[in-house]
Ligand binder design. Structure first.
Ligand code: S3P
Length: 183
């Protein structure tokens, strides 16, 4: 397994900024950035929306589990999909990796606003991009209610992302990881 000295995993809900923050953190750390969702798209040869529509969520989760396992072996700054923690096997993989796992926290309002900037890309929220802001907030709240305990139980660190630039959050994570090096 990868050493904690060259790997970190970012978890959090859709819209928490995992991919963007991973790229900023990778730049700071001089580590590669890896994005589980992007690797799934490459492996499947189609978009996440198409996987959900044509093969269903269970097929997506099976592919996600395989890609997560492979990616953890490679190290770097690893951005996961928001639903990775819903699967017991994935939670065990994260916990048993002994790598730093950072939970990117954000309010439902913030997440909904960010999700609405990319309509139609999140099949579990707003498949066709037709929901109002209030409806999107309500869906995000319902998802957070179920998943928050999983994010919290998998995380070794938590960082707030509301009203913060990805670069600023990446700097905070890098600072916190440096503080843990001697632990
Ligand atoms: C999902 C989140 C998405 C993607 C898929 C399922 C989820 O990733 O993996 O649409 O269940 O929360 P992002 O968190 O990067 O949007």
């Amino acid at each position: 397994m990868t050493s904690s000295r060259n790997a970190v995993i970012l978890i959090g809900a859709m819209g928490s900024g995992k991919s963007h923050i991973a790229r900023e953190l990778a730049r700071l750390a001089h580590w590669p950035a890896r994005d589980v969702d992007s690797l799934i798209v490459i492996e499947a040869g189609k978009s996440i929306a198409a996987i959900f529509a044509e093969e269903g969520e269970a097929a997506f989760r099976a592919l996600e589990k395989k890609v997560l396992r492979d990616t953890l072996r490679c190290g770097g700054v690893i951005a996961t999909g928001g639903g990775v923690v819903t699967q017991k096997a994935n939670r065990e993989l994260l916990q048993q990796s002994h790598l730093p796992v950072v939970y990117l926290r954000a309010s439902a309002e913030t997440l909904a606003a960010r999700i609405r900037l990319q309509p139609g890309t999140r099949p579990l929220i707003d498949g066709d991009g037709a929901l109002s802001h209030a409806q999107t907030v309500a869906r995000v709240e319902a998802i957070l209610h179920t998943r928050r305990p999983f994010y919290e139980s998998c995380a070794t660190l938590a960082v707030d992302t509301d009203e913060r630039a990805p670069r600023d959050v990446a700097h905070e994570i890098w600072y916190l990881l440096a503080g843990q090096e001697g632990d």
